[in-house]
Design a protein around this ligand. Sequence first.
Ligand SMILES: Nc1ncnc2c1ncn2[C@@H]1O[C@H](COP(=O)(O)OP(=O)(O)OP(=O)(O)O)[C@@H](O)[C@H]1O
Ligand SMILES: [Mg+2]
Length: 243
Amino acid sequence: MIEIDKISVAYEKGTDVLQGVSLSLSAGEMVAVLGANGAGKSTLLRALSGLIPVRQGRIRFNGEDITRLPPHKRVAHGLVHVPEMRQMLVGLSVEENLILGAYVKRRDSAYIARKLETVYDMFPILKDRRAQLAGSLSGGQQQMVAIGRALMGEPKVLMCDEPSLGLAPKIVTEIFETLGKLRDGGVPVLLVEQNARQALRISDRAIVLKRGRSVLQGKASEMQSNQDVRAAYLGITEPAQEG
Ligand SMILES: Nc1ncnc2c1ncn2[C@@H]1O[C@H](COP(=O)(O)OP(=O)(O)OP(=O)(O)O)[C@@H](O)[C@H]1O
Ligand SMILES: [Mg+2]
């Protein structure tokens, strides 16, 4: 579905923050993007959404070259990015924030009503809080709004940047389960995470970035069980646990 072919990306001239990174994402897959602070994980998502220009290499989406396509056209193609720190309009209600996510697709009320129902089925708490200002929600609820808003536009690919950041473990599990359901429902997910252990548990494959380079790619289950990989790339030193 997505083919990233040796892309290099720089914020400032001369310093490539991503260097020749390749990655593919197929239908029905969840791929974790792992790596330390500053490794280039968010930059990879920004390059995919067109928020930062790609200096070298190609990005294809369903066979079409989208390397130079502006961000709004990528969204219209169904490539939707849930950014780091959730970024919502805190002065609008939960429902108003959700509805904004529909505008990339359609504005008619029947479509919006149908999509709201889907999001509220997924996150019932948001239905109870629909009239409340988004800024008054807990972090976990705000993350649900951010994902819900993305779903309002019927994404074909979902890119989530650290959805677990600052959330209680129980909420993280809930958010990850939701992402798993989306993947199972046919929407491939690219999941940026610092929490390697949990991300590997729900992902099919993973890529590890280190200073802008891809240093490891493989099946999540294999990375999870390989002690050397865990210690060298993921900062997990204790033995693998069952379950
Ligand atoms: N807007 C920017 N202008 C210049 N440099 C930037 C900008 N954003 C990020 N960088 C640099 O690019 C590199 C990669 O940053 P990026 O945000 O992609 O890392 P990350 O893996 O997402 O890290 P984190 O886990 O902290 O979110 C870092 O060295 C960072 O300082
Ligand atoms: Mg980041």
